[in-house]
Design a protein around this ligand. Structure first.
Ligand code: MG
Length: 165
C-alpha cells in the first residue's frame, strides 16, 4: 500500500459519507415526488447520482494506491420532511458537513506528509465549493417562494438550471 493506513481508513470513512449523501438525497427526491414537485425530485435524483460517483472516485483512488475498499452499513436517512424549505435547508447543512469532512481529510493527508492524497483531494475541495453554492442558491429561491403555487413556478427555473448543468 502506497498511502498511510490512517489515511486509507479515513478515505474509507469518506466513501461511506458520500454513499450516505447519496442515500440522503434519494430520500429527499422521493419526498419531493410525494409532494408533486417533480423537478425538485429530478434535481435531487441527479445529486444522489453525483454523490455515488464521488464515493466511487474515492474507492478507485484507494484501489489505485493498493489499499482495501471497505464498505460498511449506512445510517437511516431522514424520511419525514415538513416542507420543501426544510428539505433544501437539510441539503445545505449536509453539504457543509461533507465540506468539513473533506477539509479534515486534507489536514490528515498533510500531517501524514501524504502528497498524493492531498493532491487527489483538491478536486473534492473545489467540488464542495460548487455544491455548497448551488444548494444555497436553491435554498434562497425556495425561501422567496410563497406557497405551493410559487414552488411550481420555481420548478420551471430549476428545469432550465438542470438542463445547463
Ligand atoms: Mg459528494
Amino acid at each position: 500500500m502506497m498511502i498511510p493506513q490512517k489515511v486509507a481508513d479515513q478515505l474509507n470513512e469518506q466513501v461511506k459519507n458520500e454513499f450516505f449523501a447519496a442515500w440522503t438525497y434519494l430520500s429527499m427526491a422521493y419526498a419531493f415526488e410525494t409532494m408533486g414537485l417533480k423537478i425538485f425530485a429530478k434535481w435531487f435524483f441527479k445529486q444522489a447520482e453525483e454523490e455515488r460517483e464521488h464515493a466511487e472516485k474515492i474507492a478507485q483512488y484507494l484501489l489505485d494506491q493498493g489499499a482495501e475498499v471497505k464498505l460498511t452499513a449506512l445510517d437511516k436517512p431522514a424520511t419525514q420532511f415538513k416542507s420543501a424549505e426544510e428539505i433544501v435547508a437539510g441539503a445545505v447543512a449536509h453539504e457543509k458537513q461533507v465540506t468539513q469532512n473533506i477539509h479534515d481529510l486534507v489536514d490528515l493527508a498533510r500531517s501524514e506528509n501524504d502528497k498524493a492524497t492531498e493532491n487527489f483531494l483538491q478536486w473534492f475541495v473545489e467540488e464542495q465549493v460548487e455544491e455548497v453554492a448551488s444548494t444555497t442558491e436553491l435554498l434562497d429561491m425556495v425561501k422567496m417562494a410563497q406557497g405551493p403555487g410559487q414552488l411550481f413556478m420555481l420548478e420551471n427555473r430549476l428545469y432550465h438550471m438542470l438542463e445547463s448543468k
